[in-house]
Each structure stands twice: as C-alpha cells, then as structure tokens.
Design a protein around this ligand. Structure first.
Ligand code: NAD
Length: 402
C-alpha cells in the first residue's frame, strides 16, 4: 500500500470514527521523518526512521534491510504500526525504519557496521521511552544484538528495553519466534466460536516463519492442514498433511513439494480448496479481485501483511467470508515485543507458559473489542478495526490537547 492509498482509505473511513478534518490531518502527518546516509566500507546506504503519533506511548516498529526500501514505504509501514498497536491495545505509537541495501551480499563485518551506523545516525530519537525498534524483513536477532550494544555504548548504560526481538541471552522474550502465528491461532479460535464452526480444516499459503509456525500450531490445536505452498509449488492431501514430517522435508530440501504423501497442485487451485480457514502467510496482494471469487473458506486469517486487496475485501465480505485483517491477525508479534519491553523494564522474566497465557488474553481481548461492532454490520472487519484504532489514537490525543 502506498502512503497515498492509505490517505485515500483514511479519508473514506474517517467519518465513521467521528473525527474532525484537523484531527484527520494530524493523524495522517508523521511526527518525524528522519533520513540519513550510512557510510560503510566505502559505500553509502540511505536510511530512514519514521514516527507517527506517540499519544498512546513511545513509537514502536521494525527496521528492514532491503534493496527496494524507500521513504514512502517506510512511512506507510510506520503509520500502519500505529494502527496495529492500537488494535492490539499495546501502549505504543507507530514507527518503522529501513535501510536501502541488499544484506545478502554484505559480509558479516559489513552487516555489523551497517547496523551500528543505523543506531549512530538515529539514537537521539530512539530509546525505551522514545521509539523502540525491532526486526523486520532481513533483520535478525543478531542484528538487534549489535544495535543494542551500539546504543548502550553511546548512552553509557544498560538499556535492554531499547530494542525488541533480541536473542534470549540479551533479554529477548520466550515464544517471540512463534508469537505471530500463535496470536493468529488464538484470534481464529475466537472467531470460530462466534461463527459456530466446528469443522477444522486449514490451507496455508507460504511456509516461512509465519506459515510454517501457523501450520504447526494449527495442527497442535486440532486442525487438519490439508494444503500448503511455498514459492516453488503447492501440495494437497484431503486427509491432512503430517506437519512434523513436512517441516523436516522443507528444512532438508527447501521445497514443500518434496513431501511425498500428497498430490501437487497449483497455487490457484490451493486458494480454491474448500476449508474452514485459509491462511495467507506469504505475500501482499495474494487475494485480488481476479481470484477472490474462487476462495472457498469460511475465514481468511491474514498472517501476511496486506494479502487481500481492497476490491477482494469487498468481494469476500459480500460472500460473508470473514477476513480477519492483518492488523489484528498478525499482531501477536508486536504484542510479544511489548511483553519483551515490559520484562526488560522490570528486569524480571516470564516463563514460556506465562507469555503464552498473557498473549492469549491480549488477543482474545483485542478480538472481543471489535466483534460486537462487526456483528452489528454493515462494515467488514478491517474497517471496524481501523475505526476502533483511529478512535483510540485520536481519543488519546484529545485528552492531551483538548
Ligand atoms: P518468510 O520469508 O519466512 O516466508 C515467506 C514464505 O512465502 C516462504 O515460504 C516463501 O517460499 C513463500 N512464498 C514466497 N513467494 C510465494 C508465492 N508466490 N507463492 C506462495 N508462497 C510464496 O517470511 P515470514 O516472516 O513468514 O513473513 C510472511 C508474511 O507474514 C509477510 O507478509 C510478513 O510481513 C508477515 N508477517 C510476518 C511476521 C513474523 O513474525 N514473521 C510478523 C508479522 C507479519
């Protein structure tokens, strides 16, 4: 989604949130747009940090290292983080960062220097009470460790709550690696209760961090996962796939299609399979006006960011297929990031079971905050979630300045 298309969407739904034109303008305007040029080993890389509304708490959002990162995209993602943290009811504003770089061609030494250079460029605007970064596309727990070390060196103090997504040894949280998928499963279970759905079959598009963990957790929660795909192909077995075996196969060969006990199908056929839940967990724009008609699921659980286009959203809503939108469905990641920050600030760490229980509580509550409004109609779940988030952000701002 470009920043311009976000503005158009906001203008359309602002009346539903009852905000004034001035409040809309403030909502659409970043608090800060920071840019820098990072010099590493004789090369220069453009870098960005964008922050939106800290009325509800410090800014929060990941840093991506990608060759196509540019300011407009970082702005869209930062805005969107502000909406997501409001839906998830974690006390943060919107933030996002990026560096225009292909990290795959950097040596480990260059990658470390680039990570440290990013912190040197922006550290005055970052910190546990200002803006808390995290991993995103092509940034890892190791990169978070280097960034933490650089920040603490510059500030001459221990500050683990500066950044989340750290390795456990440096103050990371239990279950951070599966938090996105697990949060999605908790939301899905709530929705199924509301819709009175008892059959439990699932189709998962994408078999990376989000998709693989979703398939594993769905199987653990009693779902029959009948089809999955990755970028190389799709597989289907109506009796259900053995997910542990499939994970072994994927780890060995990097292709889900190497799994034996299933038939190979096309990605288009995968989207059309009858199932309780379809989980897009790969790309944005996967469900469009051209293929929304074939979707044969009761629920679409958006673990990927932006997998359903606005036109497809309308078509699915028209067919009473419930789309649980990304800003809710994949907010388990930022919720456990919040838990990591809380644990760092307290200096007291929770067990695996404690983090799971708190995540479940947060996800069930976030869903419960939206369901009654959705049930009343006539809006789709995404619109309801956005309106709820906008009311919260603007409401917090009104208390400060009204
Ligand atoms: P990933 O790189 O680990 O996995 C992506 C998967 O998608 C891979 O299995 C890849 O083979 C597959 N894929 C790529 N192109 C495909 C295609 N054309 N058809 C089918 N499959 C294809 O990425 P990830 O971390 O799992 O993220 C996936 C999505 O979930 C992204 O939209 C991401 O923004 C979103 N997300 C992830 C997290 C997280 O914690 N990992 C959190 C929030 C949102």
């Amino acid at each position: 989604m470009t920043f311009n298309s976000i503005q158009i969407f906001l203008e359309r739904i602002a009346p539903l949130a009852g905000i004034t034109p001035q409040e809309l303008l403030e909502l659409q305007t970043p608090a800060r747009e920071l840019t820098a040029q990072l010099h590493v080993h004789g090369k220069t890389y453009p870098a960005y940090r964008v922050q939106f509304s800290n009325a509800r708490g410090p800014f929060k959002g990941g840093i991506r290292f990608h060759p196509e990162v540019e300011l407009d995209e970082v702005k869209s993602l930062a805005f969107w983080m502000g909406i997501k943290t409001a839906v998830a009811d974690v006390p943060f504003g919107g933030g996002k960062g990026g560096v225009t770089v292909d990290p795959k061609i950097l040596s480990r030494e260059e990658l470390q220097e680039l990570s440290r250079a990013y912190v040197k460029a922006f550290y005055q605007h970052l910190g546990p009470t200002k803006d808390i970064p995290a991993p995103d596309v092509y940034t890892t727990p190791q990169i978070m460790a280097w960034m933490l070390d650089e920040y603490e060196t510059l500030m001459h103090q221990s500050t683990p709550g500066f950044i989340t997504g750290k390795p456990l040894e440096l103050g990371g949280s239990k279950i951070r690696d599966i938090a996105t998928a697990l949060g999605g499963v908790y939301v899905l279970e709530e929705a199924m209760k509301k819709l009175n759905l008892r059959e439990k079959t699932a189709v998962v598009q994408g078999f990376g961090n989000a998709g693989m963990n979703a398939a594993k957790l769905l199987a653990e929660h009693g779902f029959k996962v009948i089809a999955v795909c990755d970028s190389k192909g799709a597989i289907y077995n109506k009796e259900g796939l053995d997910i542990s075996e499939l994970i072994n196969v994927k780890e060995k060969t990097d292709m889900v299609t190497s799994y034996k006990n299933a038939q190979q199908i096309t990605s288009a056929e995968l989207l059309a399979l009858p199932c309780t839940v379809l989980v897009p967990a790969a790309l944005s724009g996967a469900i469009t006006k051209d293929n929304a008609d074939v979707v044969n699921a009761k629920i679409v659980l958006e673990l990927a960011n932006g997998p359903t286009t606005p036109q497809a959203d309308e078509l699915l809503h028209g067919r009473t297929i419930l789309v649980l939108p990304d800003i809710l469905a994949n907010s388990g990641g930022v919720t456990v990031s919040y838990f990591e920050w809380v644990q760092n600030n307290m200096g007291y760490y929770w067990t695996d079971a404690e983090v799971r229980e708190k995540l479940k509580d947060k996800m069930v509550t976030a869903f419960g905050n939206l369901w009654p409004e959705y049930e009343k109609g006539p809006h789709d779940f995404r619109t309801v979630a956005y309106v709820h988030a906008i009311k919260k952000i603007v409401g917090a701002q009104r208390l400060r300045s009204g």
